[in-house]
Design a protein around this ligand. Structure first.
Ligand code: DQA
Length: 144
């Protein structure tokens, strides 16, 4: 079973984007780290990033139809996209929501997630380590 690791808008710009908040880790580093974790766990993953909401919705529909577990960083969509929320509601395997930063220690508008009520679990504030933990959790929950 392939776990989909789905990243929303602006995450492709990690490394140059607000380094005071997100650090120097690049998106390529994040992908490499996920692949190392997957190799360690002996699982298949597919890591993707998009700035286009319709593309993310298509990937979530694919996950729903294929019963794939999902590790999702919805980025800014977390806070307002009912469309992403409704796509998550269709998933039939576990969903882990992950954020690099601690959204609860940031601006008020980041404290609300429309996705969290649908998630099996939520991880935030641990940087790319959060992705490793999310993959480990999903692997433990998922049949081989
Ligand atoms: C983020 C937090 C969001 O509030 C923000 O819009 C992002 C990244 C994170 O990983 O910390 O783009 O999801």
């Amino acid at each position: 079973m392939t776990i989909l690791v789905l990243n929303g808008p602006n995450l492709g710009r990690l490394g140059t984007r607000e380094p005071d908040v997100y650090g120097a880790t690049t998106y390529a580093d994040l992908v490499d780290s996920c692949r190392e974790t997957a190799a360690d766990l002996g699982i298949d993953i597919d890591v993707r990033q998009t700035d286009a909401e319709h593309e993310m919705l298509g990937w979530l529909h694919e996950a729903a139809d294929g019963q794939h577990p999902v590790l999702l960083n919805p980025a800014a969509w977390t806070h307002y996209s009912i469309a992403v929320r409704d796509a998550c509601a269709q998933l039939r395997a576990p969903l882990v929501e992950v954020h690099l930063s601690n959204v609860h220690s940031r601006e008020e508008f980041r404290h609300r997630s429309v996705v969290s009520p649908l998630a099996t679990g939520v991880i935030c504030g641990l940087g790319i380590t959060g992705y490793e933990l999310g993959l480990r959790a999903l692997a433990a929950m998922s049949p081989a």
